[in-house]
Design a protein around this ligand. Structure first.
Ligand code: ZN
Length: 377
């Protein structure tokens, strides 16, 4: 019979001696101490036995439409292409191309050696916004970068959060002074991959209910709950959507499922309203992987609008989790980044038709200059 408390012990033994009491207290204290554990330390091993297993190679050649590469050491690029081959990645899109001379160096390091395996996007330098003629100059630079070899434009989240104009005011995504840049991208026929905002829990109180509690502990500077410093989440999103509305002739790839991966109904409405908007899966696979029924229905309905993207080259096995979520119907398996998801993944079991579109057909449609011979007809 377990002895669970002092009063139990008293009843059982008709009054404890001090020695017995001390022993009981110690016994009661030990298991309690053993139960103290941090969120980071808890790593339960699943006992579930179900069919399925890792997928190390994509079923079709794919374009990673959301990648970042800094530096282009030739040996590293050679190794990278070998690893791309292993997992059936046909093309890696490096969004961090920069502009001007830096862009040219980034192009030479990757496309210069493997012309059809890499795509490089240009970036806009927002410093100086507010000076007369800034928009026209930025658009002219984008045109020059396109002629140097850039195949798209990437906008970072500094726009709408940290970027200020020459007067010190926050620059919103729909700021009309940037219009010449968006118009130029439309004219050149290159997509704009744009990341505005963050996961909505970053705006919520950092407490035990916050889904990104761990990430905010690891990276406290990602908190956005200080309303004196950051515009609200919904406003930030609305500004971005206004930008899409203002430029119907420009193609936008709204990165990270537009931060609506946890509200696919809302994302669907946006895609319904704006045919010039696409989205991609960079760093938000865990959102689909926790809602296999709703997620698969979303991917089916919007199969012409979603691109494969991961948002980081390492770790390689992170890609394997992408393949497994998209291709299989496996149940309750691990994600690759604890701070993004403390939950398990489930496979969506997408059809070949949907997989082909997400893996490469949608990319072929909107990214100019891809080598079609790398993909099935
Ligand atoms: Zn990114």
């Amino acid at each position: 019979m377990p002895l669970t408390s002092r009063s139990n012990a008293s009843t059982l033994f008709g009054g404890p001696s001090w020695l017995l009491l001390a022993a009981l207290l110690l016994a009661a204290a030990l298991p309690a101490a053993g139960q103290e554990m941090t969120v980071e330390a808890y790593e339960p091993r699943s006992t579930l036995k179900v069919p399925g297993g890792p997928v190390t190679r994509a079923k079709f050649p794919f374009v990673d439409a959301h990648g970042h590469l800094r530096g282009g050491d030739p040996a590293r690029i050679d190794q990278m292409v070998k690893e791309m081959d292993k997992m059936n990645m046909a093309v890696f899109v490096n969004l961090s191309g920069g502009s001007g001379e830096r862009l040219k160096a980034n192009l030479a390091a990757t496309k210069g050696r493997y012309p059809n395996r890499f795509v490089v996007y240009a970036n806009v330098d927002f410093s100086g916004i507010g000076e007369p003629g800034w928009g026209e100059a930025a658009a002219a630079q984008l045109e020059a970068d396109f002629h140097a070899g850039a195949q798209g434009l990437k906008i970072y989240k500094n726009l709408s959060m940290f970027q200020t104009d020459v007067d010190g005011n926050r620059v919103a995504a729909d700021d009309r002074r940037i219009d010449p840049v968006w118009a130029m991208a439309g004219e050149l026929g290159i997509p704009v991959l744009i990341h505005v905002g963050e996961p909505s829990p970053f705006w919520d109180p950092w407490d035990k209910h916050n889904e990104r509690w761990l990430e905010l502990k690891m990276f406290p500077n990602r908190r956005r709950d200080d309303a004196t410093r950051f515009a609200p989440f919904d406003q930030t999103m609305e500004e971005q959507h206004n930008l899409f509305r203002n430029h119907p002739n420009t193609t936008f790839i709204n990165a990270h499922l537009g931060w609506f991966g946890n509200d696919l109904g809302r994302l669907g409405k946006l895609l319904d309203e704006l045919p010039n908007v696409y989205t991609e899966l960079g760093a938000v696979l865990a959102e689909l992987g926790r809602q296999p029924i709703t997620g698969a229905a979303f991917m089916e309905k919007y199969q012409d609008r979603v691109l494969m993207g991961k948002d980081s080259w390492d770790p390689i096995w992170g890609y394997h989790v992408y393949f497994r979520v998209l291709e299989t119907r496996d149940e309750y398996f691990d994600y690759y980044r604890k701070r993004h998801a403390h939950w398990k993944m489930y496979g969506l079991g997408l059809s070949d038709e949907v997989l082909e579109k997400v893996y490469f057909r949608n990319a072929l449609k909107i990214i100019p200059g891809l080598d079609r011979s790398l993909f099935p007809e």
